[in-house]
Each structure stands twice: as structure tokens, then as C-alpha cells.
Design a protein around this ligand. Sequence first.
Ligand SMILES: Nc1ncnc2c1ncn2[C@@H]1O[C@H](COP(=O)(O)OP(=O)(O)OP(=O)(O)O)[C@@H](O)[C@H]1O
Ligand SMILES: [Mg+2]
Length: 327
Amino acid sequence: MSKIMDLQGIKSSVIEIKDLKTWFPIQRGILSKTAGYVRAVDGISLTIGRGEIVGLVGESGCGKSTLGRTIVGLEKAWKGTVFFQGQNLFTLNRRDRRQVTRKLQIIFQDPLSSLNPRMNVFDIVTEGLVEFGMIEGNRDDHAKRLLNEAGLEGDVIFRYPHEFSGGQRQRINIARAISMRPDFIVCDEPVSALDVSVQAQVINLLIDLRDTHNLSYLFISHDLSVVSSIANRVAVMYLGILAEYGSTVDVIDHPMHPYTIALISAVPVPGRDKKKRIVLEGETPSPSAPPPGCRFHTRCPEVMKVCRVKVPSMTRSGTRQVWCHLY
Ligand SMILES: Nc1ncnc2c1ncn2[C@@H]1O[C@H](COP(=O)(O)OP(=O)(O)OP(=O)(O)O)[C@@H](O)[C@H]1O
Ligand SMILES: [Mg+2]
């Protein structure tokens, strides 16, 4: 088993998340009193190895983006720790943090709104380089090299974001992200807004860049088929916590958690009996008042007495981790 696939604390880990919680206060009344918390991320631990792509799946609102945003410093953690190459990101002083967070990048779902419409491509891809004094040689040539790496012709550098297609805009976002020579990139639904024909091209680009630069990604997506085409490992999130985490083959082809099983059964597969689809009953509970016991018990087709009262502990099965009383 390679080090990358080892789920234990690994020497080659790039990101190590320990019991991370990101809660948002709910303010009420004219005095803005805190009336509770949205527990968007509510105790997640996972490790991402160098060169590894971890897929993160789960229904809308389960906390995927908040987890990604907290890792790169766009949200403040409530509790827990994120280590980047062994350094605790939450205890760094301001100067060190600025240098370190340069190596943590994020690519968003909507390629247009993440680009400043008043900046041309040249300024977009070299802005960070200038800020960090990282221009190598001629600035024009550096910009063209980055665009070429992202699959765009260098002669587009003086055009503006609105002059590009969705796929090309996402390539500009990718060029900007890699300009900072990152080690880790959160890809938050990077292909969800693109045509299916373009999705595969952007996925292939991300895989090529991972290979060339030995990058690691947290790849967030609703689309399980996209995740299984890119990820080495898959984390399944439900209401702020993990339900299952393991190699893509284990989790997607042989899911153990009833939630993962239901998610996978909902993916249309030609020839599969539609009746085999598991429809989860009931609404997703609010992340401000998660149910006691197993958070999934209110919708679980396999619910048992114990699930209503006791939080399931983690069970290991090979390299997989699963949080469910069935095991
Ligand atoms: N800044 C914020 N303030 C308050 N609540 C927030 C904030 N950001 C996110 N939330 C809440 O946290 C929960 C998780 O949101 P998040 O965007 O992380 O989910 P998600 O899994 O990325 O969903 P989607 O698949 O729709 O993108 C949701 O209930 C959301 O409303
Ligand atoms: Mg999201």
C-alpha cells in the first residue's frame, strides 16, 4: 500500500485536519444576541496526502464548501486544527500565514463571478505574482507560460473575462491558482457550471497539473461519476460530519454507510432497475439543531434503536473509515 493511500497519520501528508468545527452564530433581535449556531462543519478529521485527490460528496448544505473554505482560510474555524505540511495554520503569525496560504488555493464553481470583469487576463494571472515578487523573467512571458499550462493560447492575455467561454474562464481561474505555485487546491464544484463536453477537458487538465506539479486537491462535487473519475479517495459528508471515508473503489463500488448507499443508488446507470433506487424519506435536519445519536437516523432505511441515542464511533474496514452502528 502506498503512503498516500494510508489512512493513518502519514509522513507525506499535505493537509491534516483534526476535529475541525466551523460554526456560524445565528444572531437575533436588535441587540444581535447569539441565539444558536449553524454547525456547518462539526468535527471533521481527515488527511490528504501529497499528490492525492480527495473527493468530497454530500447533499446541498452539508458543509462541503465551508470545509474547503476553512482549510484555505476564507472562514474562521470554531475549534480544531488544520496542519499544512506539519505546520498548524491557526497558530501562525500574520506574515508566515500570508506566505503559507499562498500555497493553498481555491477554484470556485462559477468561473465568471470569480474573475474581476474589469481586469484583463494578463493582470488576473500576474496580480498575485507581483504581490509576492514571484515574476520570473519577463512578466508577459510568465503570463503566457501560465496560460499555456492551463491550455490557453498566450495571445489572449489582453482580453477580458466576458470574451471567453465558460470552460476557458475556468482555465483562467486555474492559471491564476497555479501561478502561486500551490501545493494544495480546493476545487469547489469546478466543473458543475460547465457543459458536459467541456467538463472532461477541465478534469483532464486538473489531473495533468496534479501530475506535473505533484499537487493535492480536495475535489468537491455533487456528481459522483465526476468524483469517481478523478479522486483517489472519497469522503462522504452528512450534516457537518463524515459518514464514510476511504479509497474511491471501496466507497463508490462497495459503499458501507446507508447514506453512501442511497447517494450511489440515485446515480442513473443504464440498464439498472430503477426500483433499486433508494429514496431517502424526510427533510435533511437543520445544521443548527442536528438530531441526537446518529445524525442520519431520521432518514436512515436501516435505523435501529441505538441509532437514536448513541453517536456511532468510527469503524475501520481495511483503509476505509465508516461511522455507523451497523458495523
Ligand atoms: N457565512 C455563513 N453564515 C451562516 N451560515 C452559513 C454561512 N455559510 C454557509 N452557511 C450554512 O452552513 C451550511 C453548510 O453550507 P455549505 O455552503 O458549506 O454547504 P455545501 O455542502 O457546500 O452546499 P452546496 O452543495 O449547496 O454548495 C448551510 O446550512 C449554510 O446555509
Ligand atoms: Mg458548496
